[in-house]
Design a protein around this ligand. Structure first.
Ligand code: CMC
Length: 437
């Protein structure tokens, strides 16, 4: 017997069999459940998509209970250990690990697109000196679409390839330019002899030396962080990328929308919040008071808990190991001891254990960025650089999916029924007073 769901609509007494495919019933199957012929059928109500699959995908798999994260089937731990960010980006976009010649060609294609048009510097210069780098990034990525009008040909495979390569390649350049602008420093051009992460560090930190050579451990740590952040299935920003992409704008505009979604403190900003929290705690002796405040519901322990991961965040495990490597080079962070003690207390405390709250990717990542000398306002930007590969692979998958259409959710309308317009002089005095107050 095929998998199915039998539903009785108690308003009419009619029974319906809905096929179950891949663990899901099709929401449109409920349309047939009408009370009268002219009603629009039953809807499913799911604010924030808590239990609604908006697409099928073959890119990223998460099993939150078992702490599993796979990109195209490969465990994140193995990619973090053996792969590079560029190879992982290729995997996300093309579905398979590259052969040696494919890897070399992809690296070449990304490298030759790292420069940005000189005009970008002019509009970057137009931002206020204290503009947030994430706001500068999202504006300049959106503006890239003005340089590449042919990128609107999204069903031309060649155009999609070029746009994807350009976006992955230019993101570190725009990110570093945003940082240099906020510091009042001259922009550094890309150095195409360096690795993806090494080039980014060079554009960020090169001063007067002829060539900036990052410390290998730091360059490696950044590359691993990029791998860990490259995709995370249907999160808020990926949903924005797919949703905006569904009306078929060019990919620069859709990516700008995804960056805007990532900018919000509920999404890309938690690592920044961890560092601010550790700074505020300041010393070990203040931990008990802080923990008591969290348990009393006064605030949250930032970097703990996850909507999906309820045992551990596999990315957090990799990052924790890396923190040691980074700090062995950069020197001990004043926050390491506080972070470790905080983690120890929380992992043993009944409040956190019973709620299944564990360190997530952000508990240590912000802290590593800080050890690398990256200012907190750049943390979400550091998230956007690698996530671009995930966004674009999801965007392309969505465009080529015959089941997808322009995203257009329904609503449950609770407003006024049809009523006639009342001329101003007939509306009485109470309503205008309310508006004026
Ligand atoms: N500190 C203290 N209590 C917490 C925390 C926390 N970090 N997270 C959840 N709780 C409590 C919460 O108060 C609630 O308790 P009660 O049942 O007594 O009301 C219970 O745990 C369940 O919380 P929830 O808000 O229903 O859980 P959620 O799955 O909706 O929230 C979360 C997930 C990540 C938003 C939340 O754990 C949180 O706010 N964490 C801190 C922020 C953070 O670190 N975010 C980064 C997420 S990882 C990055 C990414 O992958 O996007």
């Amino acid at each position: 017997m095929p998998d199915s769901l039998t539903v009785t609509d108690n308003r009419t007494g009619r029974t319906y069999d809905l096929p179950i495919e891949n663990g899901a019933v099709h929401a449109t199957a409920f349309n047939a459940m009408q009370v009268t012929e002219d009603d629009h059928g039953l809807m499913v109500y799911d604010p924030a998509f808590l239990n609604t699959a908006s697409c099928s995908s073959r890119i990223t798999f998460i099993d939150g209970d078992r702490g599993i994260l796979l990109y195209r089937g490969y465990p994140i731990e193995q990619l973090a250990e053996h792969s590079t960010f560029l190879e992982t980006a290729y995997l996300l976009i093309h579905g398979e690990l590259p052969s040696p010649s494919e890897a070399a060609a992809f690296e070449h294609d990304i490298t030759i697109h790292t420069m940005v048009h000189e005009n970008v510097k002019s509009f970057m210069d137009g931002f206020h000196h204290d503009a947030h780098p994430m706001a500068m990034l999202l504006s300049t990525v959106g503006a890239l679409s003005t340089f590449y009008p042919e990128s609107t040909n999204i069903y031309d495979e060649e155009q999609r390839r070029i746009s994807i390569n350009r976006l992955i390649a230019k993101m570190p350049t725009l990110a570093a330019f945003a940082y240099r602008h906020s510091r009042g420093l001259p922009y550094n051009y890309p150095d195409n002899d360096l690795s993806f992460a090494g080039n980014f560090l060079s554009m960020m930190f090169k001063m007067v030396e002829p060539r900036y050579q990052a410390v290998p451990e730091i360059e490696h740590a950044l590359d691993v962080l990029f791998i860990l952040h490259a995709d995370h299935e249907q999160n808020c920003s990926t949903n924005a990328m797919r949703g905006v992409g569904s009306s078929h704008p060019d990919p620069y505009s859709a990516t700008a929308a995804a960056i805007a979604a990532l900018y919000g403190p509920l999404h890309g900003g938690a690592n920044e919040a961890v560092v601010r929290m550790l700074t505020r705690i300041g010393t070990l002796d203040r931990l008990p008071e802080f923990i008591a405040g969290v348990k009393a519901g006064k605030e949250r322990l930032m970097g703990f808990g996850h909507r999906v991961y309820k045992n551990f965040d596999p990315r957090g495990v990799v990052i924790k190991r890396m923190a040691d490597q980074v700090l062995s080079v950069t020197g001990v962070s004043p926050f390491l001891q506080i972070a470790r003690e905080l983690e120890k207390i929380a992992l043993e405390d009944e409040y956190f254990v019973s709620r299944r709250l564990y360190p997530n990717v952000d508990f240590y990542s912000g802290f590593i960025y800080q050890a690398l000398g990256i200012p907190v306002e750049m943390f979400p930007v550091l998230f956007a650089i690698p996530r671009t590969a995930g966004w674009l692979s999801q965007w392309e998958e969505s465009l080529l999916d015959n089941e997808q259409k322009i995203a257009r959710p329904k609503q449950v309308y609770l407003g006024a029924a049809t009523r006639d317009y009342t001329p101003m002089h007939e509306r009485g005095v109470s309503r205008p007073q309310v508006l004026a107050s």
